[in-house]
Design a protein around this ligand. Structure first.
Ligand SMILES: Cc1cc2nc3c(=O)[nH]c(=O)nc-3n(C[C@H](O)[C@H](O)[C@H](O)COP(=O)(O)OP(=O)(O)OC[C@H]3O[C@@H](n4cnc5c(N)ncnc54)[C@H](O)[C@@H]3O)c2cc1C
Length: 390
């Protein structure tokens, strides 16, 4: 078995883990990043990110924004559109062109581009296909072993950026809370969709039948499009439809989407994912552990907060890891400062998360009077985006 000693080990190479690595390299700290799979990795995601992602990218390297834009890895949008009554009615909201745009990016490409950049650093040692399955707390660090027992990593501090993996976190921290609303999503890609204009507007399509659901569609920089259905799990169980069929049916029902996708070519199969819509930050630190990214319980698919949360929390985790290393203090008491930093940074997001969870738990709040409160929904979205801090 290969044995490695490192001050810091990051587990999981999603946006949270990679951002943590990029910032640790800025602090000139040697670290190891391990990933269970390998990148590029297909992840079910709305592929639309709030402006916070751009702010974090700029803080890593101000040149990247232009570079990623020129290489068509990201596209920008200053518009949100909402549709109801099968697309017969719509509301559109344009932001000021001076405001930070939404970003559109194919996750598999975005994540692997970030990883390539992180790998340029001499401070990073990266292992893929390395799923950590054993965590042993020792007096002088944490011993991590992968599931094939091929690698043993001894780290002073571990950053868990394993995504929505309650099972893993439950093994490590007893009674780890798993609040949130279980939801289901299914996603399809199309090439050659027909758009009426050049806009990369975020589009939300509301449907009430066979149960309340949302189609979220993202035009991607490589001229393809992603379309995703999102439904509360308890509703999905009641209907006599597979989620994918419901997605295709709703595309067909919508005046806008049926035109757009009628001659488009479907790429690959639909991919589904169950997801816990989060409302609350969970416990984020312990002796020699920090938790970053959606493992925090911060997935808000409606708002596009997920990747932004992941990257900003990765940056904060890197900062507190650096502090802890400098002070040689890896205690839960010292690392709880990271929890406080997250709470203070994401106060507004967590509040919105709670409201969203309430709306999803009690859909009548959200879908009350069906179409007539559509305007209120859009105003709600506007308020969220206006006040979310970077
Ligand atoms: C249906 C859906 C739609 C979404 N839409 C959006 C959206 O439009 N905009 C947005 O911003 N966010 C969206 N999100 C949320 C977004 O996908 C997540 O917030 C984001 O992926 C979190 O990044 P992360 O780095 O924390 O975790 P992940 O991206 O999940 O990465 C975690 C990584 O850890 C690895 N890993 C796990 N366990 C181990 C282990 N034991 N050892 C080694 N590696 C391990 C995994 O293989 C994985 O690569 C959506 C999520 C879903 C489910």
């Amino acid at each position: 078995m290969q044995k490695i000693n490192t001050p810091i080990c990051i587990i999981g190479a999603g946006p949270a883990g990679i951002t943590t690595s990029l910032f640790l390299s800025k602090y000139k700290i040697h670290h190891v990043l391990v990933e269970a799979g390998s990148l590029p990795q297909d992840k079910v995601c709305g592929e639309s990110f709030i402006g916070r992602v751009l702010h974090v990218l700029k803080e890593i390297d101000p040149k990247w924004e232009n570079e990623l834009y020129q290489e068509r890895i990201i596209a920008k949008s200053h518009q949100v559109k909402g549709f109801w009554q099968q697309g017969a009615k719509q509301l559109s909201w344009d932001f000021s062109p001076k405001s930070t745009p939404f970003l559109k990016a194919k996750r598999s490409i975005f994540d692997s581009t970030l990883l390539k950049k992180a790998q340029e650093s001499p401070y990073l040692t990266y292992y893929d296909r390395c799923q950590i399955s054993t965590y042993n707390s020792m007096q002088d660090g944490v011993e991590l072993v992968d599931k094939h027992s091929t690698i043993q990593i001894n780290a002073q501090l571990v950053i868990l950026s394993v995504g929505e993996q309650i099972n893993q976190l439950n093994k490590l921290f007893t009674d780890y809370p798993s609040d949130g609303v279980p939801c289901l999503a299914s996603r399809i890609y199309y090439s050659n969709p027909v758009y009426q204009d050049d806009s990369y507007a975020s589009e939300i399509h509301f449907f009430n039948k066979p149960a309340s659901h949302i189609l979220y569609t993202t035009r991607l920089p490589d001229d393809s499009a992603m379309i995703e259905i999102f439904m509360v799990k308890s509703d999905a169980k009641k209907i006599n439809f597979k989620l994918e069929d419901c997605l295709l049916n709703s595309i067909h029902q919508s005046q806008i989407l049926s035109k757009r996708f009628s001659n488009a070519d479907r790429i690959g199969k639909a991919h589904g994912k169950s997801i816990l819509l989060g409302s609350y930050p969970r416990k984020l630190s312990d002796n020699r552990f920090l938790i970053a990214g959606s493992a925090m319980g911060s997935v808000h698919v409606f708002t596009g907060f997920g990747v932004g949360h992941a990257m900003r929390s990765g940056q904060l985790a890197a900062y507190w890891a650096f502090q802890s290393l400098t002070q040689k203090d890896y205690s839960a008491a010292y690392l709880s400062q990271y929890d406080k930093a997250i709470q203070s940074r994401f106060k507004f997001d967590f509040f919105i998360g709670k409201v969203l969870v309430l709306c999803v738990k009690y859909p009548k709040l959200f879908f009350l009077f069906s179409y007539s409160i559509f305007f209120i929904r859009m105003m709600f979205l506007r308020i969220i985006l206006r006040f979310t801090p970077n």
